[in-house]
Design a protein around this ligand. Structure first.
Ligand SMILES: CC(C)(COP(=O)(O)OP(=O)(O)OC[C@H]1O[C@@H](n2cnc3c(N)ncnc32)[C@H](O)[C@@H]1OP(=O)(O)O)[C@@H](O)C(=O)NCCC(=O)NCCS
Length: 171
């Protein structure tokens, strides 16, 4: 397989947006939203794609300020490529980047009914910390909030500030 992970570019937006619609339906991020994220401050964002000979097979995004907390904003793989390790590889890259930025805590939200993704996150050390009722719109599905701590906290925990997580944005 000639797949590589690389930074997401503006030219990837249409392909990623098409995957969003297939994988997330009414909760998909729009091309405009994706383009906005692409131009957001690179010091706070990190978006990558899995590129298989020019075909995007998956993508992931991280919100991570240096020395603060990090949030996995999105993670997805084309359905016909599930189970090949692409999702795990993307997540590992996001976690490596979070660590590189000195973020010892990584948070994410995942649908309570998304067993497959939850299993992936648990295997990477994420644990459940709460439920956000009706988080995903327009379906109103609850989100499970998960957290991964890579190092013992040095001081008082920072409050989990509201980030730009999947589902918080309404089209
Ligand atoms: C969740 C998702 C990103 C996983 O991507 P993937 O490329 O299939 O992931 P991987 O092949 O790396 O497998 C990762 C884990 O998924 C789980 N998994 C793999 N195959 C599975 C199966 N048939 N059934 C259930 N879980 C499975 C395993 O825990 C696996 O970890 P392991 O390899 O250590 O055993 C992908 O299914 C996806 O895009 N889903 C739709 C979008 C989505 O839900 N994104 C998450 C939003 S929070």
């Amino acid at each position: 397989m000639s797949m590589m992970l690389r930074p997401m570019r503006r030219g990837d937006v249409d392909a990623v947006a098409a995957m969003e619609v297939i994988l997330f339906g009414a909760e998909a991020w729009s091309p405009e939203l994706l383009a906005t994220e692409m131009t957001a401050d690179p010091a706070s964002r990190y978006y990558i794609v899995a590129d298989d000979d020019g075909v995007i097979t998956g993508y992931g995004g991280l919100l991570a300020q240096r020395g603060g907390q990090a949030d996995v904003l999105t993670l997805a793989v084309a359905a016909h490529r599930w189970g090949e390790g692409i999702g795990g590889a993307l997540l590992d890259r996001l976690l490596t980047e979070a660590a590189r930025r000195g973020c010892s805590e990584v948070f994410l939200e995942v649908r309570v009914d998304n067993d497959r993704a939850q299993r992936l996150y648990r295997r990477r050390g994420f644990t459940d910390i709460g439920i956000r009722r009706g988080y995903y719109q327009p379906s109103g599905t609850d989100a499970l909030v998960m957290r991964r701590i890579s190092d013992p906290p040095a001081g008082p925990r920072k409050k989990h500030l509201a980030g730009r997580h999947r589902g918080r944005r309404v089209k």
